[in-house]
Design a protein around this ligand. Structure first.
Ligand code: HEC
Ligand code: HEC
Length: 198
């Protein structure tokens, strides 16, 4: 009884603080700040360590981020394609640096692309996923198998893509993708669910 009471008091305490303290969900703290370029950062810079590594740096000038991204590639073997390097440098200089006037030279995200394989590559899905093997995220054929009898399969996969999150396959969170159009998310969901075991 005593224990129960104590628990009750603690629970009330939590509810009371929840009103003033903004509770951060793990997904929000685990990914890079949403801004132009964050999709690439989330796909390229979460594979080895958390976003805390960048968040813990005091704001640094662009040169620091040029060196840092270069170091991740050269020293630690981060597989970042050259065309994404400038975009990453601009993103980090702007959002984790002192370079508020930075402009990305990257072309604007193309929302007309509907080929799922092109999208999966461009969005960085394939940095964490493979059709046949588990990488950081589950193999797409395993996702398709899991949902083969679920009439809501597509909604669930769409939800995963647009909201990200963890808990279905493990504790590692997937970043949320908010940049794509409905039709693009649809194309990706259909493609994932069409994968078959060989
Ligand atoms: C292939 C693995 C890998 C990838 C991908 C990667 N990093 Fe790192 N990163 C590391 C390692 C290893 C360290 C050093 C870890 C340690 O000392 O504990 C590190 C350290 C850091 C640090 C701390 C400062 C330092 O130089 O040690 C920052 C900031 C950082 N990474 C940013 C990034 C950013 C930004 C990206 C994406 C452009 C990225 N990392 C992608 C492996 C990676
Ligand atoms: C940084 C790594 C990462 C990236 C990038 C990534 N994912 Fe994931 N994905 C994961 C992880 C980890 C899980 C497992 C989440 C869980 O356990 O709930 C997952 C789960 C999934 C699932 C299974 C959902 C379910 O309901 O079981 C699908 C489908 C999926 N991802 C599709 C995508 C697509 C499409 C993209 C690109 C638009 C993408 N992922 C990008 C890591 C990633």
């Amino acid at each position: 009884m005593k224990k129960f009471l104590l628990f009750g008091i603690l629970a009330i305490g939590c509810v009371a603080t929840a009103k003033v303290v903004k509770i951060q969900l793990p997904v929000e703290t685990a990914v890079y700040r949403a801004a132009e370029g964050s999709q690439i950062a989330n796909s390229q810079c979460l594979t080895c360590h958390s976003a805390d590594y960048a968040a813990m740096q005091p704001p640094k000038p662009r040169d620091f981020w040029v060196a840092e991204v270069g170091k991740m590639k050269a020293k630690y073997g981060a597989p970042i394609p050259d065309e994404q390097t400038n975009e990453l440098i601009a993103y980090f200089s702007k959002n984790y640096g002192t370079d508020t006037a930075a402009t990305t030279t990257s072309p604007v995200f193309d929302n007309t692309v509907l080929d799922p394989q092109v999208l999966a590559t461009k969005m960085g899905c394939l940095n964490c996923h493979n059709v046949d093997k588990k990488v950081i995220g589950p193999a797409y054929k395993d996702v398709a198998a899991k949902y083969s009898k679920d009439p809501q399969a597509k909604d669930r996969v769409r939800q995963q893509i647009t909201h990200g999150g963890s808990g279905k396959w493990g504790t590692v969170p997937m970043p949320a993708y908010t940049i794509m159009t409905d039709a693009q998310v649809d194309a990706l969901a259909n493609w994932v669910l069409s994968q078959k075991a060989q």
